[in-house]
Design a binder for this molecule. Structure first.
Ligand code: XMP
Length: 510
């Protein structure tokens, strides 16, 4: 285990990703974790992340000196490096010029274990306004730039290493090599963390934890809940019941696809209950136009339906949640502003009678979840599925939701996805879908005037869904989709493409 202590920098999840890419298991914890807690984890290495603060400010986030005296190798990155310098008696100051972006770094100590196999100079990603002016006693300087006298320092005998730049971002061309050197060579981690072993250990742990207990899972057909359900099915078979609530706001055919995989005809050993609740949802959404209110209604109704089903099943011992690692890390620090509420539809049902929550994916990143899903033999259709919001098409229909509008957006979206797949242009797309605008406009069909809806197509490229760029889809593909939608989908006479990035727009329309 490598422990990443988080000081609030923006690339911190990336550090964990990179370490795991070296087949070394790692966990991110807030810097408030105590020294005792650190010791109890018995890590083979510790990484201190970047962060927005200054080590000398009144609000400085810091850590006690004892961390550097455990005999466990420590790598400080950016803020982490300054913290190491500051705590151990070096000097940190505001740099005369801040460095930002790709920077040529000279490796002055090529024999450093951290830089084994790294060329000099090497391009690194810098982003700092403070710098280490003087390294603490006992440290040698291992890298520098014209602006930054201590871009790298180490005290190899004590296992302490620090870099001012960010090895975790891809712009640092040889960053992966450096991180690998740290975790595999300096910390001597074996590198045997793999998804296969994850499945075996998790299934064994679940078996042990659950015993003869009964387990309830809200299955959405999304990647996370599907993978969680299959892991539990492997562990406890029919002690598991999955409830799939079809709120009538799913994409075309989706409800059937999920039922085929998890239903009695599918390969998994579990109880599957599909609840067709679309009428209930449409009824509640009648006349509602405000996005946040729609979200709230859909979320609440979802919970009510789920609870009603759970009541029929009676007392269960465990409730499954498909929480994944980014959620855990984010809620640990919890500081981002709420732009749209309810990103996790369902939340926790209040009235389900259960003892404990199980979260088998708590420690995995999204792509690791997908990999586990593939290893478990879950069809690509589910495992490679693009993200789909909990409130579903409810927030892709601007304004009031009606059955007719749901049909329109389902058909249009289906055509769009089909043509994108046929043209093979989905490789770099984070998300793509059709939405139904609330605009009707005049058109002409044959000799008749029409007054119909406009469909908006969206396709974005994104790595984290926090920011996104509109994708430049080939014009022929857009034309083909447009022609098919206006010809095949009754009620639509116009198709538009959304060219806006996020920010200022968001990915979804509501
Ligand atoms: P936005 O529209 O905020 O979307 O740029 C970012 C990502 O979040 C998804 N999203 C949601 N997911 N419930 C969800 O479960 C929601 O209410 C919700 N709103 C947006 C969106 O699909 C995208 O992946």
């Amino acid at each position: 285990l490598v422990l990443v202590l988080d000081f609030g920098g923006q690339y911190n999840q990336l550090i964990a990703r990179r370490v795991r890419e070296c087949n070394v298991y790692c966990e991110v914890h807030p810097y408030t974790m105590t020294l005792e807690e650190v010791k109890a984890k018995n890590p083979k290495g510790i990484i201190l992340t970047g962060g927005p603060n200054s080590v000398y400010g009144p609000e400085a986030l810091t850590y006690e000196k004892g961390l550097f005296e455990l005999g466990i190798p420590v790598l400080g990155i950016c803020y982490g490096s300054q913290l190491m310098a500051h705590v151990l008696g070096g000097t940190v100051k505001t740099a005369p010029v801040s460095e930002y972006g790709k920077t040529e770094v000279e490796i002055t100590e090529t024999a450093s274990k951290l830089f084994e196999g790294v060329s000099t100079p090497t391009i690194c990603w810098m982003s700092h306004t403070d710098y280490i002016e003087k390294a603490p006693e006992g440290f040698s300087i291992t890298a520098k730039t014209p602006v930054c006298p201590v871009a790298g320092m180490e005290n190899a005998a004590r296992g302490l290493y620090a870099v001012q730049f960010h090895p975790e971002v891809l712009h640092t061309v040889e960053g992966k090599t450096m991180l690998r050197n740290f975790v595999r060579n300096i910390c001597a981690c074996k590198g045997d963390w793999e998804m296969g072993s994850f499945i075996d250990t998790t299934v064994a742990q679940l078996k042990e934890k659950i015993g003869n207990g009964r387990v309830l899972c809200a299955l959405s057909g999304g990647v996370d809940s599907s993978v969680a359900a299959v892991l539990l099915s492997k562990a406890v078979g029919r002690q598991l019941t999955c409830v799939f609530v079809d709120h009538g706001l799913l994409r075309k055919n989706e409800s059937e696809e999920v039922s085929e995989v998890f239903g009695p005809e599918g390969p998994y050993d579990l109880n599957f209950i599909r609840v067709d609740a679309h009428e209930r949802f449409y009824e509640k959404l009648k006349g509602v136009t405000e996005p946040e209110q729609k979200r709230k209604i859909i979320g609440e109704e979802f919970i009510r339906v789920f609870e009603a089903e759970a009541k029929k099943i009676g007392k269960v011992d465990f409730l499954v949640q498909g929480t994944i690692y980014p959620d855990v890390i984010e809620s640990g620090l919890g500081k981002s502003a709420v732009i749209k509420s309810h990103h996790n539809v369902g939340g926790l049902p209040d009235y389900v009678d259960f003892k404990e929550i199980v979260e088998p994916l708590r420690m995995l990143f999204k792509d690791e979840v997908r990999q586990v899903g593939s290893n478990l033999g879950i069809p690509d259709k589910l495992v490679r599925r693009q993200p789909f919001p909990g409130p579903g098409l409810g927030i892709r229909i601007i304004g009031e939701v009606t059955e007719e509008k749901v049909r329109i957006v389902q058909e249009a979206d289906y055509i769009y996805r089909e043509e994108i797949a046929k043209a093979g242009v989905d490789k770099n797309l984070g998300q793509y879908f059709a939405a139904l605008t609330n605009m009707r406009s005049v058109g002409v069909m044959g000799d008749f005037r029409t007054y119909d809806y406009a469909i908006a197509l969206r396709a974005v490229m994104t790595s984290d869904f926090m920011t996104a760029e509109s994708a430049q889809l080939p014009w022929e593909v857009l034309q083909k989709v447009t022609n098919r939608i206006v010809n095949e989908v009754k009620g639509v006479n116009r198709v538009m493409y959304d060219c806006t990035s996020k920010p200022p727009a968001t990915i979804e329309f509501e």
